[in-house]
Every structure is written in C-alpha cells, then in structure tokens.
Design a protein around this ligand. Structure first.
Ligand SMILES: Nc1ncnc2c1ncn2[C@@H]1O[C@H](COP(=O)(O)OP(=O)(O)O)[C@@H](O)[C@H]1O
Ligand SMILES: [Mg+2]
Length: 263
C-alpha cells in the first residue's frame, strides 16, 4: 500500500538520518516505530508523506504512485492523516474549525476561500463525536486538556478519510494514563476503518500492546522488523544500544532506558 525502496535521507549538514531502507506497509496494519532519540523515526515517517526529501531511492504509494511526482504526492497527502506530538492546532479556533482544516487537501486554489459544504461539516462533526468531544465542538482548542487536544488532532486526520495515518510520538507529551487512552482510541479507529498506521513511540509497553508490527531503528538503519512477540531482550538491546534499566519484561511501568530516551 505504501513502500519505501532503498529510501535514503542525508540532510544538507551531512547527517545520514536514514540509510537505504526498503519497507512495505500493508493496508490496515498498525506499525510502531521504535528507536532512541535521533534514530531516524521522524525522518522515516516524514518521508512517507514527502515532508522530507529523499537523497536516494523512492517512496511508492498505492502500488504505482511515485511520490517524486507532484500529482501523486498531492493525491497521497490528501489521503494521509498526520498526527503530531505537539498536535499543531490553531488554539484560538474551535475544535470543529480545526477538524475542518483536515478537508483542505480536497480543495484547490480559490475553492479554499469558500465555506465548507454541509456534507463536510457533518463529516467533521462525526469525527469530533468519534473521538468523544462532541460537547466541545464549539470550544476553543486552547481551552482543552492535552489529551483532548490530541483527540482533536486525531479527528482532523480522520476527516481526511485517510488510507494511512502517520503519527509522530502522538502521546509523548501526555501522562501515562491519558497516553494509553489516546493511543487506544487511535488504534481502535484505525482497526475499525482499516486505516494503515505508522506510529512512532518511545514506550516499549505500548508498542507491544498495540502494534501488529514493530520496526526498530538505530542510527538510521532498521535493526528489527517483526511482530511484538519477536521483540525480546537481545532485539531491544540492538535498538536502544543499552540494557533497559528495568529488566522485567512484563512490567507495567514504562521502561527507563539508560540512553536515548526522550526528555
Ligand atoms: N532538518 C534536519 N537537519 C539536519 N539534521 C537533522 C534534521 N532533522 C533531523 N536531523 C538529524 O537526523 C537524525 C535523525 O533524526 P530524527 O529523524 O528526528 O530522529 P528521531 O525522530 O528518531 O529522534 C538525528 O541525528 C537528527 O539530529
Ligand atoms: Mg522524532
């Protein structure tokens, strides 16, 4: 459904953030990217949406759409929802208005100056309801809690009718209980709608719990690719380059890694 072919990213300053990487992301699969800070998770995610320019290789969507083609990229972006750590909402605008911006990819040129259609507004309200925020639809986003704001980010992605959702550390700034609820919501929606998701996380236990597949990155290279059941101590060590401080693999607590954890 979307795949990278020998995709490589070297930033202008010479940082090789992604070594030649070939990965295929199947429709409907929930993939979690793991790796210490600087491993290349964001770079890989952003390359799947053309936000990062490849220095070699390519990304292909829907079997044939080479994202180096502007039309293919536009088509692909329209159907790809992004969820960010810092949700990137317009604080002064209402929940509904923020969610509606997810429809902008369906309009071009002057059409973006016209009001949204009734159908689009209904679609946006449906998305707001689905993330449990219907009573907040007309509330300003900056009056919501962090977890609620992240739900708005999910609704904004949903209103795009996405085939793919890319989420870059979507729960990194939330407390553990809220993080779990938000991730569970995202996972449930993707499964119900058959949306493929590629989600970077730094909580190993969430990865184990929600992922169909885990891709582990270290220094820009894929060092693990498999089901959560295959991710043992040795594989974790390969990804993080350090022994988790908490060796109890069944622990409910987030693992404290000696290196590479996010602040
Ligand atoms: N715009 C950029 N310019 C130069 N180097 C960058 C840029 N973005 C990220 N990097 C570097 O590329 C590497 C991978 O970064 P990133 O993809 O953000 O990793 P992660 O999301 O896993 O923390 C790091 O060494 C980072 O410092
Ligand atoms: Mg990152």
């Amino acid at each position: 459904m979307i795949r990278t072919e020998q995709a490589e990213v070297v930033y202008p300053n010479g940082t090789r953030a992604l070594a030649a990487t070939s990965l295929t992301f199947a429709p409907g699969a929930f993939t979690v990217l793991l790796g210490p800070s600087g491993a290349g998770k964001s770079t890989l995610l952003r390359s799947l949406n053309g936000l990062v320019r490849l220095t070699a290789g390519k990304v292909v969507a829907e079997e044939a759409d080479d994202l180096r083609e502007p039309h293919a990229l536009r088509r692909h972006r329209r159907r790809t929802g992004m969820v960010f750590q810092q949700h990137q909402l317009i604080g002064r605008a209402t929940v509904l208005a923020n969610v509606l911006t997810g429809r902008l990819g369906y309009h071009s040129g002057l059409r973006t100056l016209l009001p949204f259609s009734a159908t689009e507004k209904r679609r946006a309200l449906d998305a707001v309801a689905r993330v449990g925020l219907i009573e907040y639809a007309l509330r300003r986003c900056d009056q919501l809690s962090g977890g609620q704001q992240q739900r708005v980010g999910i609704a904004r992605a949903l209103v795009q009718e996405p085939a793919l959702i890319l989420a870059d550390e979507p729960v990194a700034s939330l407390d553990p209980a809220t993080a779990e609820r938000v991730l569970s919501l995202l996972h449930g929606i993707c499964k119900a709608d058959g949306i493929a998701a590629v989600v970077s996380l730094h909580q190993l236990e969430f990865a184990r719990r929600f992922a169909d597949r885990i891709v582990g990155l270290a220094k820009g290279a894929v060092v693990f690719d498999g089901s959560p059941s295959k991710l043992g101590r040795a594989e974790t060590l390969r990804i993080y380059g350090a022994e988790p401080a908490d060796n109890d693999e069944d622990s409910e607590e987030p693992l404290q890694l000696k290196t590479g954890t996010h602040a």
